[in-house]
Design a protein around this ligand. Structure first.
Ligand code: AMP
Ligand code: MG
Length: 341
């Protein structure tokens, strides 16, 4: 299959959206930009199209997809908000939609089980990206990240092409993703003491942000074949190259004959690992002072470059776990966990 790549720029993005919608209505898949990472989109109510998403991504059927809607009011097409949670859901939506926050709520029976991997909940998002939102106004869209399962999410159309060229009919190039990390996923729940937010995946909407709305609690433990706390597959977001995550510089003892690549947070003069060995390749997430938001935007881009550089092992520095730093460290830990396997 030839993959058509179309640029959505200011003048013609409506035409591009119409073209993408036509492919989706026909049961085809389209990679679309969002503010987090690129999504691999299918018509959420077309189970055959959704099945193709799992096939193309080589994604295990136990890992459910996120559904994108095009308006706040469309939430009721895919989810049933329990009365006791209405207030907190309204507040979350008013504060963070459109934006990088995914809500896990009881699903409408009409949503195909394939989308939710048989769970009775559905994960729903209203993207801040014009293109994704315009497409999702035409029909709810099931869209996980547009990468092969377990690999690094794509944050540019080039990265999507590297993952899926020849496997899908269309990629919409909407430029680089604003946030660069997957959405925050929360499940609002009612307890005796009031509503709480179960944080299933850290992301651009930080724990500190969420705490302003309600108490934030940890995900339940995941069983190997059953995602109770999805987004929690232990080894994930992994480059092809083994990655080790270093907390204390002294923990890194280079071996002779190994080509090491460095993923540095702040680069030359600000990195304790810089002199630790003769690096074959260095990528810097946020040169100088170090801004976590910039680090988040660049993380997957840097990891892709390190993969392409042909090093034997990627050595990554840690970043501070505040704000979006929590999400960066979450992805780095999962990448390192994939290496241990
Ligand atoms: P991706 O879009 O590739 O980042 O993957 C979507 C993430 O959302 C996965 O980690 C899923 O496990 C998670 N997810 C989707 N549906 C649900 C659900 N019903 N309950 C909890 N998590 C979900
Ligand atoms: Mg993914």
């Amino acid at each position: 299959m030839d993959t058509k790549r179309v640029v959505a720029d200011f003048e013609d993005w409506r035409e591009v959206v119409a073209e993408a919608v036509a492919v989706l209505e026909d049961g085809g898949l389209v990679a679309l930009p969002t503010e987090t990472v690129y999504g691999l989109a299918a018509d959420a109510f077309n189970a055959e199209a959704v099945a193709k998403v799992f096939e193309v991504k080589e994604r295990p059927s136990f890992d459910p997809l996120i559904v994108h809607i095009g308006h706040k009011r469309d939430l009721e097409i895919v989810a049933d908000v329990p009365e006791e949670l209405e207030e907190i859901v309204d507040e979350l939506i008013a504060t963070y939609w459109p934006g990088p926050l995914t809500l896990v709520l009881p699903k409408k029976a009409s949503v195909p089980d394939l989308v939710t991997s048989g769970l009775d909940t559905v994960a729903v998002r209203l993207s801040a990206h014009e293109v994704m939102r315009a497409v999702a106004r035409e029909m709810p869209i099931a869209a996980p990240s547009a990468n092969r399962f377990g690999r690094i999410s794509p944050t540019s159309a080039d990265a999507v092409m590297a993952e899926l060229d020849g496997k899908i009919p269309m990629v919409v190039d909407g430029g680089a993703c604003r946030d660069g990390l997957e959405s925050t996923i929360v499940a609002p729940e009612m307890t005796e003491k009031g509503p709480v937010l179960r944080l299933l995946r850290p992301g651009p909407v930080s724990r500190e942000d969420l705490r302003k709305i309600a108490k934030v609690i940890k995900p339940k433990k995941t069983k190997a074949d059953h995602i109770e706390a999805p987004g929690q597959v232990e080894s994930h977001y992994a480059p092809e190259t083994p990655l080790i995550l270093i907390d204390k510089p002294a923990d890194f003892v280079p071996e002779a004959g190994v080509k090491y690549g460095l993923l540095s947070y702040r680069g030359e003069g600000n990195s304790s690992l810089m002199e630790a060995t003769e690096w074959a390749h260095i990528e810097i997430m946020s040169q100088g002072k170090g801004k976590l938001a910039e680090g988040a935007v660049r993380l997957f881009f840097c990891l892709r470059n390190l993969d392409a550089a042909g090093v034997d092992v990627i050595v990554s520095e840690s970043v501070s776990e505040t704000g979006i730093g929590v999400a960066i460290m979450d992805r780095l830990r999962r990448a390192a966990a994939a290496t241990k396997k």
